[in-house]
Design a protein around this ligand. Sequence first.
Ligand code: PLP
Length: 424
Amino acid sequence: MAAEQGGAGLHPDTLAVGHGYDPADAWGSAKPPIVLTSTFVYASAQAAKDFHRAFFDGATEAEHGGPIPDGFVYSRLGHPNLSMVEKRIAALDRAGDTAAFNSGMAAISTVALAFLRPGDSMVYSRPIYSGTDNLLNTVLPGFGVHVEGVIDACDEAEIRAAAEAARARGPVALFMMESPANPTAAIVDIAMVRRVADEIGVRQGRRPLVSVDNTFLGPLLQNPIEHGADLAVTSLTKYCGGHSDLLAGSVSGPADLIGRLKALRMILGNHMEPFTAWLMLRSLESLAVRTERACANAIAVAGFLRGHPKVAQVTYLGFLPEGTPARAVYERQCAGAGSTFSFALHGGEAEAFRFLDQLKLLKLAVSLGGSETLICHPATTTHYSIPRERREASGITGGTMRLSVGLEHPADLIAEMTRGLDAV
Ligand SMILES: Cc1ncc(COP(=O)(O)O)c(C=O)c1O
């Protein structure tokens, strides 16, 4: 069965439907049960000892002297729904393993805590989700980590300059990138970042890890690991969850790195709990069709906005100008433009607010990737906590609005936006 074979040879759409769950493990139940328990009963005292030795010492089968007992001890260490969801996401991310968390920020914070030490430095792409920005610029400096940002992460000279500035302050341990970026859809050349990381690794004797937040596109439209990232990070709250009714996150990568995250997660207690994991399995089943429909709707809505005289700018990935480095990276790295992008009207905050206050079908709310279309004003909401100067330098202005196009009929979305624009 595919679940036992790591899904080799199957299409992502197929893996998203059933990978990671075998009905034989649950009385033949066609769909996975939710295993709501905090603790698990051992078969015997010796089995308990064997399990703990294998779990905590990481003993291989040879060291262990036989097959490592498969099972669960306590839900903070692991539970059946968590294992199912991790197998499925690892297959979609084409990674050795996945660690699933109780939010995207839990995933990102655990990466920082696992792979950074006092005295290290790191590089990040700007703009970056405000929670990540706050972690990097307000929390990590307090732990002795130096942080450098890069705005055009398709420009090798700029990436190198940021990496050199970081290295002058301490060994570079991590490139934490987000591509496409929230909310501007700025794109990062992952292969180029990896090349720079490799070179720095040779010079400093320790290769910086490359982590890429893939939330804006999700595993079906971009595979960061294929392009050189060590870690693919996703806020599953968004497209993978897909219905704006849960919070979750994941990190995929090689088994040794993910093992370090799982060990830390066990201490922090920030794992994904059973009901969320079950909801996630269910949501992933429709990820391919939701992605297809949302992308098609976004093409229609972005095209409408671009052609409207009151709209000054649309940062939809599909509109990246031919012949630019970003366009070349987009074509090499992404299988589609996704359905979240930003746009601005002529004017600024006042015009944006007048437009937003006309909308009813499009919900004025933060978050993205749900079945419903959401719109927000990042400078005063999602990215409010980032100092204005840093925000504006990375392209988020008073006029910027972020739109996450959902699954409604595009004609209804366009009709409502037309009414809103008429009122500005
Ligand atoms: C790109 C990106 N990464 C991470 C996060 C954080 O995810 P969560 O809200 O699940 O903690 C968000 C949230 O909006 C995001 O947009």
